[in-house]
Design a protein around this ligand. Sequence first.
Ligand SMILES: C[S@@+](CC[C@H](N)C(=O)[O-])C[C@H]1O[C@@H](n2cnc3c(N)ncnc32)[C@H](O)[C@@H]1O
Length: 264
Amino acid sequence: MNNISVDWCHKIYGFGINNVELHPHNHQIKTTTPMGHTLSTRSIRTFVLRQGRLTEGQQKSLDQYWPEFGVEVIADTRLNLDSCFGRSAPVWLEIGFGNGEALVSMARAHPHINFLGVEVHLPGVGHVLGEIANHEVGNVRVIRYDALELLEHHLDANSVERLSLFFPDPWHKKRHHKRRIVNAEFLKLANRTLAHHALFHVATDWESYALHIEQALADCEFFNKVENDDTNKAVTNARPRTKFEQRGLKLGHVVTDLVYQKTS
Ligand SMILES: C[S@@+](CC[C@H](N)C(=O)[O-])C[C@H]1O[C@@H](n2cnc3c(N)ncnc32)[C@H](O)[C@@H]1O
């Protein structure tokens, strides 16, 4: 596999992105990255692309800021994260950042960290680009892609210091449980990508998903639950309230934060 810099990605990205994302007839969001690559080749996906048009502001942000803060993945190529960020610093990865408010807020609170966010929902990507620009945050980069493919094919081993997964889709119907992102395969991919003793922080407002996550982690050899109260509190308290969390709280759900550390 080759390493590739984001500068090079931007050089080959020359066509603008507003012309590739919306289906001309029904405005369904197409399953492609801004460069037109397929978002995922997996048969079982952990996401469904929510319908909805991009707002004018989101489209404008995509056009204006994707070249600066967006990162394209290239087939069979691992990203050179130092060149994506233009500096060498620890990388924290957030999977499924939604509208990205937590990502930007954490990046502002930790300017010495490089924050990488991956999301498939295009309006969310547009939204976060606008937030990055509004707050002039230099330490966030955004990828529109299936996080599982990113972990498997595009990130180097031991390259991420912290993995955040805030309110992953709960897929609460039994027949959909196979679509839950936290499972043995995900944990194997996370283990490969995370640095030694890196932290994995996951939060959910679905009790049954919290139990499922705890079981999956108990069954895997790669992570230990962090029992230290101070570490737990510090990690949990650093998580800003997210949009889906607010939704869950309004419905009376109880939020569970779980923090794990890689065993090696
Ligand atoms: C329930 S929402 C939570 C969003 C945000 N973290 C929050 O708390 O407001 C889950 C998000 O994960 C994204 N997602 C699900 N599977 C994904 C995958 N494999 N790769 C990238 N994003 C994914 C979905 O598009 C969705 O925006």
